[in-house]
Design a binder for this molecule. Structure first.
Ligand SMILES: [Zn+2]
Length: 266
């Protein structure tokens, strides 16, 4: 994976820290309460999770709980390492993400191994070696956790990138498991929670703000309309992608997902 140097958290709000990992530009967040540290997402591999744990321990010695934003490996494959470091650790996720990891864990692990083997063989081997620990606490629509003088609210606002995270910076949103027709409305629900002073930590990339989320919402809305119109006109995904935001490759994936959604296939 190359030398990345010691990874450290940056404090972006009082006792809220973000670690942006160079592999896949993915974010892990640490929220420190009076009794517990909550780690949101745990990176891709056991080696990365060991680095993450060292960075956490440079900030707090508190026992940990884990929150997974969604079931993709880059957000939850470090669960086992962090859970082992904090005995009996609660691992929270939306019920769909937890069920996917429980029921389809080995199939997904193999699919990701095969996806990365041609281009990133080291990462592929590390993914295959992970002992995947699924969430043991689930969120239906909203759960509140007291981490010691501080309440952490976990909310599921709807489907988007998956049945989980919603905003991505630094690269086009990843549409492979997405619900492009639902995504704009879910981001609208997120916008109700965001004020001009709110820091929004995306799944990937740098910390963003209200303006960024609004702009991404507008692009997702444009894409959803193009998908609906293209479906009504019988247009090919490639023809629709030529007019769509986010670049041809990402748009093409989104349009195929959207057509599948409209025809009831997903
Ligand atoms: Zn993802």
């Amino acid at each position: 994976m190359g030398q990345t140097g010691a990874l450290t958290f940056a404090e972006i709000a009082p006792e809220v820290f973000v670690l942006r990992h160079p592999v896949l530009d993915v974010n892990a967040t640490l929220v420190v309460g009076g009794e517990v540290g909550a780690v949101v997402d745990t990176l891709s591999t056991e080696a990365q999770a060991i680095e993450l744990l060292a960075a956490i321990r440079a900030v707090t010695a508190a026992p940990l709980i884990i929150v997974n934003t969604h079931h993709h490996f880059d957000h939850c494959y470090g669960n086992g390492v962090l859970a082992a470091a904090s005995m009996g650790c609660a691992i929270w996720a939306h019920e769909a993400a937890a069920a996917t990891l429980r029921e389809h864990g080995p199939r997904l692990q193999r699919a990701w191994y095969e996806e990365f083997l041609p281009t990133k063989p080291d990462l592929a081997e590390e993914l295959a070696a992970v002992d995947v620990v699924p969430p043991n606490r689930t969120v239906h629509t909203e759960s509140t956790i007291d981490i010691g003088g501080r309440l952490l609210e976990l909310r599921h606002l709807g489907r988007g990138h998956t049945e989980g995270d919603l905003v991505e910076q630094g690269a086009p949103p990843s549409f492979g498991d997405s619900y492009p027709l639902d995504w704009p409305e879910t981001v609208t629900a997120l916008l109700h929670l965001v004020s001009p002073s709110t820091a929004v930590i995306p799944g990937h990339g740098s910390v963003v703000d209200l303006d960024f989320v609004r702009a991404q919402h507008d692009e997702l809305t444009e894409l959803a309309w193009l998908i609906r119109e293209g479906d009504a006109d019988g247009a090919t995904p490639a023809a629709v992608a030529a007019k769509a935001p986010f670049g041809h490759g990402a748009a093409l994936t989104a349009i195929k997902r959207g057509y599948a959604e409209l025809s009831g296939r997903i």
